[in-house]
Design a protein. Structure first.
Length: 465
């Protein structure tokens, strides 16, 4: 006899049942008992209740949920909640997450929300908003623990117990002097493993402290985190004053945003500020139309190149059969190389200084790839000629050699263009991601035709041409 089990209601079903009771205390207890990520899923699943969900949680947990939501959802929730709840939520948010949210809002909305904050939180927020957009200063939090060289380890632990609960992390304690200058950062384990009467100065070493400048670009900071294996890094001013810290969770958000932005640019669009489904159609149109028009104008040059070689095509119509084959092979090889180099530059595997090494590798790769495609192209003509001798005529051999040599040249040029263009743009101070695969493909399409008909003219002059 089969044993029957009662199915456990899903979280969504449990939430619907609790909401129907209209018991605020019961709803509050239910939400506070769930994982933060599960509550965020409920916010997305029940948009009609998103404001109530945040309002019916403890302010600390509500802030934890709010900071991981997408910006459009955050914006709607702020508009729904009463001012006193908004004030509590904003004051509870970590300074860096609060700044990240506010910088996406119009200036008049920011002014109104800042008025709701406590004086101290308002001061911190205005300070962070004063740094350039996409700078480290916008990401840092002033909640950290610092001590002085003359403190004993016992005094350090007293400081940690007093201020540590408000700090984002206490894995590392920062040592400053009376001027507020950063002297050292010491891991918490070093304090734990030493006697209480030992001074902080005795634990300090002579190594240079790894720190970020408040005006550094956010994207560059991720490489510093990776190379130094840190969960938090101090942020200093130009005069080495300790201003705050940046934690690894913030850098993960930055990396995710930069990755999405680069992928969109590689695809031939401008970066989207909001999720795809949240973007108004007209704004989405504006993001896509500019690049599409630019690429279209570039492709018009293909028609110009074809017109230039009109006489050659008229004499040997068979050459036109291989135009799609030639330009697609060059475009594909260029897109491959462009994507590989952009990704390698994004993760710090290569820099502009490596351009010659990259070029040498791509020349070898281009020759090998072009040779393979050239042989396949020649075999294609050979096989077709075997079954239909009249298709390419008596000069089929020279046509095959022309196609093979052209494929070698076009693929080699495609790999060089695709690999060098991102590095050239980077050298000029532009974003390498704008040398998107469609842009490289368009460039190689036009030049590929020139290569094709030039080779054809040299190889077939006196026979077909």
């Amino acid at each position: 006899m089969a044993e029957e089990f009662d199915e456990q209601p899903s979280l969504s079903e449990q939430f619907e049942a609790v909401v129907q009771t209209e018991d605020k205390l019961r709803i509050r207890d239910f939400l506070n008992d769930q994982n933060i990520s599960d509550v965020a899923d409920l916010v997305y699943e029940f948009p009609d209740f998103e404001g109530q969900i945040i309002a019916n949680m403890s302010v600390h947990r509500a802030a934890s949920v709010f900071k991981i939501l997408e910006f459009p959802t955050q914006k709607r929730i702020i508009q729904i909640l009463p001012p006193n709840t908004v004030a509590s939520l904003l004051n509870e948010l970590p300074a860096d997450d609060r700044t990240d949210f506010l910088e996406e809002l119009p200036s008049n909305a920011v002014r109104e929300l800042i008025k709701l904050m406590d004086p101290e939180e308002r001061k911190i927020t205005l300070s962070l908003l004063g740094y350039p957009e996409n700078s480290i200063g916008r990401l840092m939090t002033p909640d950290y623990v610092y001590v002085y060289p003359y403190n004993t380890i016992e005094e350090v632990f007293t400081t940690i117990r007093k201020y540590g609960k408000d700090s984002e992390t206490i894995n590392v304690i920062y040592v400053i002097n009376e001027k507020g200058e950063l002297l050292d950062d010491i891991r918490i384990r070093d304090f734990i493993l030493n006697p209480p009467d030992r001074k902080v100065s005795e634990l300090m070493d002579e190594r240079t402290v790894v720190a970020l400048n408040a005006y550094d670009d956010q994207e560059s900071a991720s490489e510093v985190f990776k190379m130094n294996n840190r969960v938090a890094l101090p942020v200093v001013s130009n005069s080495n004053k300790l201003l705050g810290i940046v934690t690894i969770d913030d850098m993960l958000w930055v990396a995710s945003e930069e990755f999405s932005e680069d992928i969109q640019k590689i695809g031939g669009t401008e970066a989207l500020e909001h999720p795809y489904l949240e973007m108004p159609i007209f704004q989405l149109f504006k993001k896509r139309v500019v690049w599409l028009v630019v690429l279209f104008l570039g492709e018009l040059l293909t028609a110009t190149a074809m017109a230039y070689f009109e006489d050659e095509i008229a004499k040997a119509v068979v050459l036109a059969l291989f135009v799609p084959l030639i330009i697609s092979s060059g475009g594909n090889s260029g897109s491959q190389a462009s994507t590989l180099i952009i990704q390698a530059m994004a993760v710090g595997e290569i820099t502009i200084a490596d351009w010659w090494r990259v070029m040498r590798r791509e020349i070898i790769s281009g020759i090998l790839l072009g040779t393979v495609l050239g042989v396949i192209g020649f075999l294609r003509i050979f096989v077709w000629h075997s079954f239909a001798p009249d298709l390419y005529g008596e000069h089929w051999m020279m046509i095959g050699v022309t196609v093979a040599l052209t494929l070698l040249g076009v693929v080699l040029w495609g790999t060089l263009a695709g690999s060098m263009l991102p590095m050239i743009l980077k050298r000029l101070g532009a974003d390498p991601a704008v040398s998107s695969a469609p842009f490289v493909a368009t460039l190689v399409d036009v030049t590929g035709l020139i290569i094709y008909f030039s080779v054809a003219f040299m190889m077939l002059s006196g026979s077909l041409l």
